[in-house]
Design a binder for this molecule. Structure first.
Ligand code: NCD
Length: 332
């Protein structure tokens, strides 16, 4: 466990919006802590760089844009895709990584605080990627860091790079981002990916549907933001009334690790299951998304449906992370 007193300190500043400069579209040397830092212009910039990264990988497999740079991958929570796609992104751009995925083998188990661990890693590396179970941990860490830091998930807070790859996938699959009807279904309370995705989709003309059991409803903080930004939204218990009209169905796993009471998790874990019968009622061009890992919520029989976009999301994650790394380290 890390020393909690380092985490309970007031978080002073909200993440700064990315400055508008003419170099790397404002990303150079910046932290990526929240999707609140993005606007339509700099998102589009990242998406176009990600397009280039995709063709670069397909044609050559690698480039040496980040030759000599080192990334610190610091994960205090389990991860398969986020951690390995950041590593693969760095390696494909010619950089190297130091990964601490097993914090139990690091000095964290000796009681080292998050700020001290960050200071250590950045004295060896050029950029830190941090995943941590506490909401606000990335902002706290960034206050101590002198080098750029990327939030790879802070508890129930945000997961900005996941939302970037989600929206990139929507644009790629549907060819547009405005005028879409987007339903999010599952654990909207603890699922950080839907918190970031809702905020980011609020930059576009989106009709939202939030489908969850009452206990796992989207937090008021996010609903208030959606309300304030003037986007129409509905809170529902069942996807049935809207399944035939939505363009995107984004499903999340019930976040077992966030429950204090395991019996409550057991009650809710298979509240929704997407199967072929449900997909048969959806539009022919609806896409079914999931940040993965999926557990019970999407039946494997759906995987071969061309509308299942989750494996495309997973691959796109590497291109988006390549684009971000290149932009933040200044060579995009
Ligand atoms: C998500 C996460 O860690 O928040 N996974 C991911 O990064 N793709 C979703 C989840 O764990 O359910």
């Amino acid at each position: 466990m890390i020393a909690t007193d380092a985490l309970t300190g007031q978080i002073k500043a909200a993440p700064r919006a990315l400055p508008a400069d003419n170099f790397s579209n404002g990303f150079y040397g910046q932290d990526i802590l929240s999707v609140k830092q993005f606007n339509r212009d700099n998102l589009n910039y990242i998406y176009r760089v990600a397009d280039e990264m995709r063709s670069l990988v397909k044609r050559f497999g690698k480039a040496n844009l980040l030759d000599g740079k080192i990334l610190a991958n610091l994960f205090y929570e389990p991860s398969t895709r986020t951690s390995s796609s950041f590593q693969a992104a760095m390696l494909r751009l010619g950089g190297r990584c130091i990964s601490i995925n097993e914090v139990r083998y690091s000095s964290v188990t000796k009681g080292e605080s998050l700020p001290d661990t960050i200071r250590t890693m950045e004295s060896y590396c050029d950029l830190t990627v941090l995943r941590h179970p506490e909401k606000g941990a990335a902002e706290l860490a960034a206050r101590y860091a002198r080098k750029p830091l990327i939030n790879a998930g802070d508890g129930v807070g945000e997961h900005p790079t996941q939302a970037l790859l989600d929206i990139y996938t929507i644009e790629d699959d549907l060819g547009r981002l405005d005028g879409l009807k987007v339903a999010m279904m599952g654990d909207l309370k603890y699922g950080r990916t839907v918190h970031s995705l809702t905020r980011l989709l609020s930059l576009y003309n989106t009709q939202f549907y939030f489908v969850s059991p009452e206990q796992l409803q989207m937090p008021d903080e996010i609903l208030d933001e959606v309300r304030a930004s003037g986007h129409p939204f509905e809170v529902l218990r069942d996807v049935q009334p809207i399944i035939g009209e939505i363009d995107v169905l984004y499903v999340t796993r019930v976040q077992k690790e966030r429950f204090e009471d395991p019996t409550e998790y057991e009650k809710l874990k298979d509240f929704y299951i997407v199967d072929q019968a449900l997909m048969a009622q959806a539009k022919a061009d609806m896409i079914l998304m999931h940040p993965l890992p999926r557990v019970y919520e999407i039946a494997m029989e759906v995987d071969d449906d061309p509308r299942a976009a989750y494996f495309r999301q997973m691959e796109n994650g590497m291109y988006i992370r390549m684009a971000l790394l290149a932009a933040v380290l200044g060579k995009a």
